[in-house]
Design a protein around this ligand. Structure first.
Ligand code: PBG
Ligand code: MG
Length: 329
């Protein structure tokens, strides 16, 4: 082992070509999943105040975004609906409607840009009148098994519309195995499941709840089903169960505050791990940029690289299109 002055770690950093040559991690457009919010109507773009730069789009405009994704080299889009108020109910049954917003957007995307993957969110919160991810008992507790039965039907509904990846974000116990069995029974053997396996009850979801219209409806919090930020061992158990039940990949969410969880999951299981850089994280970056405290391009790419360095296969990020264009297809 040589020492200074023979050993100088700055030597390989001295020029751009050498920094590129020595980079341990790469970030490309292929690492990005772009979350999009779907609204009713035609030709509609609805900006979301708490998520500056992000809009809800009607199905026709979602197709246009799909083409942008393809052209920028983004492999996959994630869809979330802003269900019209009149279609929200106690049991969220609109989630099972084969012509709901998600299914229409999925069909339109698979029709127009089949080469882009479509990942659909399985959870009832965009469809319930109370904004929770499942069915409530009289005391307001989210019922696990009855909710899981609904989630299975919701997943089958999305798969029938053409979803490539089913992504349950509800945190009910046992739902991955139930969904996998149901997909097998319908012979949808190549539909993937990306489990939101370690999803924390977080203060970083606020702008998302504005985007899907559930913030004003939500009573209480989601701490009886989403994880406690104090816990890491429990995240390992969640991931182990979802993998045993048939998940193809697992997600950690939110992103940057939970990089330690990503590292542990990756080293423990060696499976594809994804991070969701959530709405509040996006909003923090945009607020810092607006305040003149940060330069957007630099912090966007730096945070996305952090996920790759931690071991992620990819990242769901509202900055996906911007980042993909910076990186070049
Ligand atoms: N099923 C709910 C869901 N799916 C994705 C997000 C958050 C994503 C984001 O903040 O960007 C949430 C919010 C919540 O759990 O209340
Ligand atoms: Mg679980």
């Amino acid at each position: 082992m040589s020492h200074y002055p023979a050993l100088r770690l700055r030597r390989t950093r001295a020029s751009a070509w050498s920094r590129r040559l020595h980079a341990e991690t790469v970030l490309t457009p292929a690492d990005l999943i772009w979350p999009l919010f779907v609204s009713e109507g035609e030709g509609v773009e609805e900006p979301i105040a708490s998520l500056p730069g992000v809009s809800r789009w009607s199905v026709d405009n979602i197709v246009a975004r799909g083409k942008e994704a393809r052209d920028a080299g983004i492999p996959c889009i994630a869809l979330f609906p802003n269900t019209p108020a009149g279609l929200r109910s106690e049991d969220g049954r609109e989630a099972l409607n084969p012509d709901n917003l998600m299914c229409r957007a999925t069909r339109a995307l698979k029709d127009a840009v089949p080469e882009v993957g479509v990942l659909t969110d399985v959870a009832l919160d965009p469809y319930t009148a109370h904004g929770h991810d499942g069915l409530l008992d009289e005391a307001g507790y989210v019922l696990n098994d009855k909710t899981a039965d609904m989630l299975v039907q919701q997943a089958l509904n999305q798969a029938a519309a053409g979803a490539d990846v089913i992504a349950p974000s509800d945190m009910m116990d046992g739902r991955i195995g139930l969904i996998r069995d149901a997909l097998e029974a319908e012979n949808r053997i190549n539909v993937q499941i990306m489990s939101y396996a370690a999803k924390y009850a977080s203060g970083f979801y606020g702008p998302f709840r504005d985007a899907v219209g559930s913030r004003g409806l939500l009573k209480g919090d989601k701490k009886t089903y989403q994880m406690d930020s104090a816990n890491a061992e429990e995240a390992i158990r969640e991931v182990a169960l979802d993998l045993a039940e048939g998940a193809d990949s697992v997600m950690v969410k939110p992103g940057l505050p939970y990089l330690d969880i990503i590292v542990r999951v990756k080293s423990e299981f060696g499976v594809p791990v994804f991070a969701y850089q959530v709405s509040g994280e996006y909003a923090m970056i945009e607020a810092a940029v607006a305040a003149g405290a940060a330069e957007r391009d630099a912090v966007v790419l730096e945070t996305l690289m952090a996920f790759k360095r931690a071991g992620c296969s990819g990242v769901l990020t509202y900055h996906a299109l911007h980042a993909a264009r910076l990186l070049g297809a």
